[in-house]
Design a protein around this ligand. Structure first.
Ligand code: NAD
Length: 348
């Protein structure tokens, strides 16, 4: 476990077991050099606890990179609640998790993630103030969509020399919380949409509301479009799909879009501009971090909008260095975290 922590650069890993509620949970804190660690709480099935630990460590590191590039005063953290095998009381489980979060005294701030919802955050909030996405704060998805929309405009500006989206053809994979909100923004901006989802009802709604063309789930990779916009699963750009993509830009909300870093090289070799996922999808994190710090709505919107400039600047850097954009993003995030770590150690 220590080897795993060391290779991910993880600061600390916490475990909690509560026999009264059946809660077994893990909190991974990647770093706190720039401020408290922040990141969502997952409540999904894992084959075993080792898989849950690996997931928490990997995701905590990703949150650090995202917070660093977004310029937020936070490190990255992630938590995982292992689904109990038998019957359980969800409200009590979440309340117990609230005690766990609180026991860290603010080193970690939790949020919604896969498998958790606003009502869970409300239950967690009964026992800690280090929680976001509660009923009074709301869902971060619209801010994620707003940030991806800004990132798409920046990508079109860099690639085509205009950020006007009229008749720009965008192929959207996944019409969930983010994908649907984004499709709406793109439609209003005049973009032409091709969409897919494994849920037929979501596809029907998008075709009716946005005049979108529907394709089967697997056909989205072959769709000839200006932009491929992944808003469903992670790891969808792999050795197979990267050859099939028929687009100039990949820009979407999904986390961990590249199955491995080498896919960034493959995209660059094919002349496809890639918007690094954790930069373009940072709108949700910006929303939760600034909401928690009680920033005004307008200030949050402006900060989310700054993804446009950040992405444009990163594209220019990658072009000047002849390096893939994902490589430059990692390099920058690591430099920001290293600098903060050095400053912390010097101050100590
Ligand atoms: P969601 O679960 O609401 O939506 C995902 C959608 O993808 C669903 O409609 C699902 O049916 C669809 N889908 C799943 N497999 C598919 C497939 N093979 N082909 C086509 N569609 C498929 O999730 P979300 O909150 O909209 O998030 C979407 C992505 O963005 C995820 O990768 C998430 O990690 C990432 N993300 C979300 C946020 C946020 O604020 N919600 C923030 C950052 C990143």
């Amino acid at each position: 476990m220590f080897r795993q922590m060391e290779s991910a650069g993880l600061q600390d890993l916490h475990f909690w077991q509560d026999p009264d509620t059946g809660l077994q949970a893990i909190i991974a804190i990647h770093d706190t050099f720039r401020g408290p660690a922040i990141g969502g709480c997952r409540f999904i099935n894992y084959p075993d606890s080792a898989a849950a630990i690996t997931d928490a460590i990997r995701l905590a590191r990703g949150m650090s990179y995202k917070a660093a590039l977004a310029g937020l005063p936070h490190g990255g953290g992630k938590s995982v609640i292992i689904k109990p095998a038998g019957l359980y009381d969800r409200n009590q489980l979440m309340q117990s998790f609230g005690h766990f979060v609180d026991s860290l005294g603010g080193r970690y701030i939790t949020a919604m993630d896969s498998g958790t919802q606003i009502s869970d955050m409300d239950n967690i909030a009964l026992n800690t103030r280090f929680v976001t996405c509660t009923r009074d704060m709301g869902d971060p998805s619209p801010s994620t969509a707003q940030g991806v929309f800004a990132g798409i405009r920046a990508s079109v500006q860099f690639r085509f020399g205009t950020h006007d989206l009229h008749n720009v053809h965008i192929a959207i994979q996944g019409l969930g919380h983010v994908g649907y909100a984004l499709a709406k923004l793109l439609h209003h901006a005049g973009a032409r949409l091709t969409v897919t989802d494994i849920d037929a009802q979501k596809v029907a709604r998008a075709t009716a509301e946005f005049n979108a063309t529907a394709v089967e789930a697997d056909a989205i990779y072959d769709t000839a479009a200006d932009i491929f916009c992944p808003c469903g699963l992670g790891a969808i750009i792999n050795a197979d799909t990267v050859k099939r993509l028929n687009c100039a830009i990949v820009a979407g909300s999904a986390n961990n879009q590249l199955a491995d870093d080498g896919q960034g090289d493959s995209l660059a070799r094919r002349g496809i501009l890639y918007a690094p996922d954790y930069l373009i999808n940072a709108g949700g994190l910006i929303f939760v971090a600034l909401q928690h710090a009680r920033h005004h709505e307008q200030a949050i919107r402006l900060k989310v909008e700054s993804i446009y400039d950040a992405l444009l600047e990163l594209y220019k850097h990658a072009e000047a260095d002849h390096r893939p954009t994902n490589y430059i993003a990692d390099l920058r995030a690591e430099a920001i975290i290293r600098q903060a770590s050095m400053a912390t150690h010097q101050a100590a």
